[in-house]
Design a protein around this ligand. Structure first.
Ligand SMILES: [Zn+2]
Length: 102
């Protein structure tokens, strides 16, 4: 049987995770609206994802500077490390006209 403190801690942790996931989803959908429904690498536009370049576990944030719009192919290649974080960040760094949104 868990103590009341353990139960409270677990509930608090679950709530924090729910909030984090909601914030992440919101950031992803905002990014798609601002950056467009088009892969920033190849221009494919039938289906795209908002990809978080630096994962949260490595200190990545929900800011647009850490999000790139990718097609399923480039998303997978990025997840596998076939496209490096540096390459993705350099593309993000070239969004000159969008800097006003950050
Ligand atoms: Zn692509």
């Amino acid at each position: 049987m868990l103590s009341q403190t353990d139960q409270d801690n677990i509930e608090q942790e679950v709530s924090l995770r729910v909030i984090e996931n909601l914030t992440r989803e919101k950031a992803a959908s905002r990014a798609k609206k601002l950056l467009g429904q088009r892969c920033e690498l190849c221009g494919y536009s039938k289906y795209v994802d908002a990809y978080f370049i630096t994962p949260k576990s490595k200190g990545g944030t929900n800011s647009l500077n850490n999000i790139i719009i990718l097609c399923p192919n480039h998303h997978k290649e990025s997840s596998l490390g076939l496209i490096s974080e540096e390459q993705l960040l350099s593309i993000v760094g070239k969004r000159g006209s969008l800097k006003n949104f950050f």
